[in-house]
Write a protein that binds this ligand. Sequence first.
Ligand code: ADP
Ligand code: ZN
Length: 216
Amino acid sequence: MLKQKNLIFVGAPGAGKGTFSALLLEKHPLVHISTGDLLRDEIKRGTALGQEASGLMKEGKLVPDEVVAGMVRSRLSQPDCDNGFILDGFPRTIRQAELLDAALQELDRPLDRVVYFKVDDEVILQRLTARQNCRKCGAIFNKLFMPSRQEGICDNCGGELYQRPDDSLETAKARLGVFYQQTSPLIEYYGDKGVLLEITETDKDEICRILDRELA
Ligand code: ADP
Ligand code: ZN
């Protein structure tokens, strides 16, 4: 029997979705789908979609629902998603969640878990403005909480670390506002469906154990 483990990670920017994904991927053969990464890739390749997204992302605003949902749908239709997937940063609105429901039904991929990362605003802003990403492999570090061994250099691949332009304090605040306005209603949406698992800083290890068991 095919074992599908299909997860969604919901949380404010900088809540630890990407870092927690990396942790799970070390042990489980899931496909990691980050809409932020997919969009940044479109921008890098200079596609029409990338051009549409670029300005919005710089301002910390959301890319239109239909655009992002279409991108995710085509990624989810790839056969490697048979092993299960983590949707990191999608959906971010109720409309996106509805489009996702339809796509998952069509693709016959049931949703198993939605993990909500609950973190204080102050911690979020501190984290975002100190976050560093590797240009080469995408690994995430943090000058305050998870520094690389050598400043500015990736531990994994030796690549150069940089700060995302939308991790400035001003844009980080705007993104946090967008989270509360547009994304947080998803917590109730998925709570009602009975698939929600809440994770806070203190119970991170416990949640990791629960997911490990479910994915085993
Ligand atoms: P973070 O999780 O740190 O906010 P992401 O890399 O997930 O960062 O997203 C960066 C930006 O990409 C967002 O601020 C938004 O402009 C855009 N984006 C990513 N995912 C979505 C989505 N599901 N819907 C709309 N816009 C998105
Ligand atoms: Zn690297």
